[in-house]
Design a protein. Structure first.
Lengths: 284, 267, 284, 267
């Protein structure tokens, strides 16, 4: 583990053509990290995520994505992802490969990645159409009962980015609230980068809370507001208006391009702290 | 009893199907409203579970997404997503999986993946999320969806989640041991599958709904039960609870968004 | 969930010939529950546990055990289990069947039970002798890499007993500290009985702590001291002397019989509260 | 430098093999003392993991069992046992699995299961616990054990955990990709496997130990390295740290046990 600026951490870990998971289940989505990757121009990426939302809409709209591995591509609480649709339906700005799973499959595949297994086994996809279109859905037979169980390859991203509440000065990371799939996404990755709201002397975490030891993480970067417009449990609220607005921005190719130029390409990760003004929660 | 909208009737009729003992895996949108109305009226002890990991949640306002902070803050406990899908859903502990649908057929098969061909879709929808395994691992599935010819189709374009397939014992033939869709509540009617064929059959029509309206909103020849009753209209209490929930939700979501000036400054 | 006395809960759930897991990984071992089952006389039991210790030594010494499924049968920090040895080496008081696994296999097998799967799959038993003597160790082939992985049947006890810090008035249960395999053992069981130190109005648990919802549990019984001589994190310490003493008691068939008569058969679960006197910790 | 016992030499020699960057899965007994001496001397940042789920623990006294409360109270975090074996051990994150042994052979195969026949044992030992997968999933394995003819045998009665099997590339032939036993520290010597044959070979003898004593305590013909050195004796600091640790441990375990009267009252 090393403390780095987000710019350094991205330059240090992301290459053209690599596979990246930016994980976060509505909560703690690493928007600042994703924007930094967009700014640094890496392309031909395989993006992995259970719930690709605005961030992946942006990557796809910029033409940086070769392949997307996912289970639900929507704008949560709003509707569809218009840049992803444009790519899937009209190949604009270029076609994308799709490897589509169910949530259960993705969750199990990350779990298998974290557990060092080559594949995950679960009861799933019974009668489901994805089995017909995704060659990475196979089966194994239980040697005791003969039951046919679904199998999918373990997910092992080259890099995982997550956002968390805080790290201590050794780089140990604490996540609280809806922890989603982030621990697994970090442990499954070759390298993990964590952006945090703050760095503290002592995590003061109960023994049973979700803590990632510093030696499981490649870099920790302090980026206050780094989840915006997603939220951080106990720190700031979700910016629901931004999700609604995105639906309008992403509806038009030119409006999208203009917005990305202004708010991502000409911005920096330092801007995120400003974006959560008015959304902060009183410390509890 | 005051006037009510078809949407309100749908949510309230759906809420009535739930009980205090249910452990309900809640899809977002219409299912979420129905489940919370049940909790706020006749079933205060119902266990609501959202796939983000929140177990036994009791939100004061409806979540905009399945991962809203309110869900975690009011939950009995919050687990990781792999645990949610392994121990809680696959473990067989969910009595009711409550799903919405973009497109469904008369056997309760649901499509939320694509309209048109999978490889070159006419409309790319979000995909299944948790639905494929909610449909197979929940003890039974309730569905709620507004009727329209676009949504209620002869054949779904994609089997996102499996209902009764081609009907009859199709589930059993695939080795699925759960009941599958047992109830469909729309803005016009309450449907239940025929015991033999598993075709969804109308058992009650909401007040004022005619068979002509039904025909115009459904893409197949509708089967009616021998005795079709009128759905009990919303009670004053049900309507009040639902409307107050919606009003609280609207106020909270506006409050938690910053003012319009935000979009000029930083998007 | 129903609140019951431990006597009621045992009578309600345990039958001759059933399979029972009393779980606890050094911490939170449900001694009181085990003694109540011994008192009520159920026999021909299949006992499941990763780390059978004093409690299973007692069951085996009493001749109540048909079969033991386990991965480490020792007296932690002391040595061997003398009653288990006597049964395994001399069939005294009667022979016991043994199904022996590694910890990894048992942990995965409980996990599979909790997850509703028929079997567990993991990378294990490579070169290990247990594969040769335990027919319940089989393998599955990863359909993506061809790797040969170990498979064991899921554990699904008829009844699981655990001990926990506290329950609330609805019967939701909180475990803190070394949580071991208890959540999985409860969720894998047909019925679960939880003895707790106290029943409180509000668990006041952080969202990410280990809580079992009341509807996953058949009965909750208040038994202060119910883990003795094991310990309860934050409440009382391990009675190390009792573990050392057990080695002497269990070394002799008659000493064992006398001790069991006095401290188990003629005692009751109410006696456990007395046994932790002097071991309590100041509330933190 | 003061006098020291063979036991102390063993623990201290073992402690020296660890580094600040190691993530060490700690078996109970001798390995636990060695790991904590390393932490209290040259490797304050070493990560110690016990199979009960405690990660990054820093006990002030040695635990009596792998699940002592002290381990949890001083740990960075405590996870469930399935998580410990899946994410942390099987996940390949352990640099050193540190094991003790009841019986071992010259290829580092360990037996803690039975003496005699498995079905009708002469002595039924506790069994493997975590060892079978610690031996195969840790990046490498260190072992520590007192030498005796009873323990150091020609052939182990049972392969509780696999070392180098029959030697050579036996691990690879079984599909095991980790290094296996790379170091054996006893009360008399430090052993390392031959690069080719994988037979454990003596590289250093503890001060005062003779080859005759070695022969009397080992059940096979011992191989010695071309150059056998004398183990560096314990430094004053090492001895002080170890003895203070043992003294604190003894005092703590006596304090946490109730007085002798307990056994009369309720056993």
């Amino acid at each position: 583990m090393a403390f780095m600026t987000l710019r350094e951490a991205v330059a240090d870990t992301v290459r053209d053509g690599c596979s990246i998971a930016f994980e976060g289940f509505t909560h703690l989505i690493p928007h600042a990290a994703a924007h930094e990757v967009m700014r640094q121009g890496m392309s031909d990426l395989t993006l992995i995520r259970m719930t690709p939302d605005i961030v992946y809409d942006q990557f796809v709209g910029l033409g940086r994505v070769k392949k997307m591995i996912f289970s639900y591509a929507g704008n949560p609480g709003v509707g569809l992802l218009r840049r992803v649709r444009d790519a899937a339906e009209n190949s604009w700005p270029k076609p994308i490969e799709i490897e589509e799973h169910s949530h259960a499959a993705m969750a199990n595949a990350y779990e298998a990645g974290a557990a060092g297994l080559p594949c995950a086994m679960f009861r799933g996809y019974l009668g489901a159409g994805l089995k017909e279109v995704n060659p990475n859905i196979k089966s194994v037979i239980c040697p005791f009962t003969g039951e046919d169980l679904a199998a999918v390859p373990a997910l092992k991203p080259d890099v995982t980015f997550i956002h968390a509440q805080r790290a201590d000065r050794a780089g140990n990371v604490l996540l609280e609230g809806i922890v989603g799939i982030q621990k697994e996404a970090v442990l499954a990755a070759r390298k993990a980068v964590v952006t945090v709201e703050e760095i503290v002397d002592d995590l003061s975490a109960h023994p049973n809370m979700t803590v990632l030891p510093h030696w499981t993480v490649h870099a920790v970067c302090k980026v206050p507001g780094g989840a915006h417009p997603s939220y951080v449990h106990g720190m700031y609220d979700r910016d629901n208006a931004a999700y609604l607005e995105w639906d309008k921005i992403a509806a038009d190719r030119q409006a999208f391009a203009d917005w990305m130029e202004e708010h991502v390409m000409r911005a920096s990760s330092d801007d995120f702290a400003k974006r959560i003004k008015g959304l902060e929660r009183a410390a509890s | 009893m005051s006037d009510f909208t078809p949407d309100e009737m749908m949510t309230i009729a759906a809420s009535r199907a739930l009980t205090n003992d249910d452990v309900c895996f809640v899809g977002i949108g219409a299912p979420s409203a129905a489940c919370n109305v049940a909790r706020l009226t006749h079933s205060p002890d119902i266990t609501l579970i959202y796939e983000s990991g929140t177990i036994g949640t009791a939100p004061d306002v409806l979540p905009l997404s399945i991962g809203d902070g309110e869900l975690c803050e009011t939950a009995l406990t919050t687990v990781s997503v792999p645990e949610m899908f392994r121990y809680w859903l696959q473990g067989g502990r969910i009595t009711i999986g409550f799903l919405g649908a973009a497109q469904l057929d008369r056997f309760g098969n649901i499509n939320t993946t694509v309209i048109g061909d999978y490889a070159s879709p006419k409309t790319r929808l979000p995909g299944g999320g948790g639905a494929p395994e909610i449909a197979s691992s929940s003890q039974q599935v309730y569905m709620t969806c507004k009727q329209s010819r676009r949504a209620f189709v002869q054949t779904v374009d994609f089997y996102t989640s499996f209902g009764h397939g081609d009907g009859g014992d199709h589930r059993q033939r695939l080795g699925i041991t759960t009941k599958g869709p047992t109830l469909l509540i729309t803005d016009m009617a309450v449907w239940q599958p025929d015991e033999e064929t598993k075709e969804f059959t109308v058992h009650s029509l909401h007040p004022g709904v005619t068979r002509e309206q039904m025909r115009d909103s459904v893409g197949w020849d509708i089967r009616y039960a021998d005795e079709v009753v009128e759905t009990e209209p919303p009670s004053a209490e049900e309507l009040t609870v639902l409307r107050e929930l919606k009003a609280r939700t609207k106020a909270a979501h506006e409050r938690s968004s910053r003012s319009g000036s935000r979009s000029q400054s930083d998007g």
